[in-house]
Write a protein that binds this ligand. Structure first.
Ligand code: NAP
Length: 315
């Protein structure tokens, strides 16, 4: 396992689309990157059954396979991998240190690509049917699998509205389940949702459980109307949870600028540069707007090129 004694030109923290793309680019630039994979090697995409919108795969590609391919591509050019969970960091330009429970990793440059985790409801059935059995957190990724089906979106923000509107392209009916009687989303999004004949609002309601059929696939949703105290069972085949994301940035609190939600705030003139020289951010931990595999990969590429340029100025 790499340790204090080993000096690294660049460490990439995270092995999702952003991290692995940064690894491919920095490895091809002969920077011998070390990728620290966390608890979910390959990131969020490894939990998606099929990815149909990553350019270059006309038949689609299994999420796990896509990430495995990116990893092999990075390895081919010399990227090194270690599995560890970083709990604290010390950022000093040109001399950064990342620490886990049992090891510490020094690096001249650092690319933070730690991703974001979808906030989940924590109700019965959610975990069991997540990723391929009817519970998902990404309409752009999975919506097309629900053609002519009934689905529900949970949440009342812009993401939930965007997901619901997107799903109306495929689905027969979209229930939007929100815990209050007013959407949090921007007025324009809310108006679009409220005027869409395919969307039925389920107001003031929380999800009690997501219920499986005999094969373990989603077959219904039980909601509780807080104003009437009545439960309702809605027959459907898909549940899209859109109640926000939690960026994986806690180890950097106090070291790099974070917004109120914990997303990294890049320098104004760049998507990937941070307030600390030689420290770059990429992917969902720094992007709450697009959150796509291909945009994360693009940011990983940008961060790698910035890293290469910055290192070349460091003598
Ligand atoms: P968000 O604005 O934080 O909304 C989260 C929604 O989920 C809220 O309606 C919230 O309910 C609900 N919620 C949270 N926890 C819940 C729980 N445990 N159970 C049930 N409901 C729960 O998150 P977001 O929609 O992902 O948006 C994040 C940011 O990205 C926002 O700034 C948004 O404007 C932006 N965004 C913009 C666009 C766009 O402009 N096209 C698209 C997507 C996102 P309450 O309302 O009751 O709190």
């Amino acid at each position: 396992m790499p340790s204090e004694s080993e000096s690294n030109n660049v460490i990439i923290l995270g092995s999702g689309c952003a991290g692995l793309t940064a690894a491919i680019y920095t490895a091809r630039a002969n920077l011998n990157p070390l990728v620290i994979e966390g608890v979910l090697p390959g990131g969020q995409l490894t939990t998606t059954s099929e990815v149909e919108n990553f350019p270059g795969f006309p038949e689609g590609i299994d999420g796990f396979m896509l990430m495995d391919n990116l990893r092999k591509q990075a390895t081919r050019f010399g990227a090194r991998f270690v599995s560890d969970v970083i709990t604290s960091v010390e950022l000093t330009p040109g001399n950064n240190t990342l620490r886990s429970e049992n090891a510490s990793y020094p690096a001249k440059a650092l690319i933070v690509a730690t991703g974001a985790s979808p906030r989940m409801l924590g109700v019965p059935g959610e975990k069991e049917m997540y990723g391929g059995k009817g519970v998902t957190t990404c309409a752009t990724c999975d919506g097309a699998f629900y053609r002519d089906r009934d689905v529900a979106v949970i949440g009342g923000g812009d993401s939930a509205c965007e997901e619901a509107l997107f799903l109306t392209r495929f689905c027969s009916k979209v229930y939007l389940v929100h815990r209050r009687d007013e959407l949090r989303a921007s007025k324009i999004m809310a108006d679009r949702v409220l005027s869409n004949p395919k969307i039925e609002m389920v107001w003031n309601s929380t999800v009690q459980s997501i219920n499986p059929d005999d094969q373990g696939f989603v077959s219904s949703l039980t909601t509780l109307d807080k104003t009437t105290g009545k439960s309702r069972q809605i027959t459907l085949q898909g549940v899209f949870i859109a109640i926000g994301h939690i960026p994986n940035s806690s180890a950097f609190k106090g070291q790099l600028p974070l917004d109120d939600e914990g997303y990294f705030i890049p320098e104004s003139h760049s998507q990937v540069r941070t307030a600390k020289a030689g420290v770059f951010v990429a992917g969902d931990c720094a992007d709450h707007h697009y959150r796509q595999a291909i945009t994360a990969a693009g940011m990983g590429c940008q961060a790698a090129i910035e890293t290469e340029r910055w290192l070349s100025t460091q003598g």
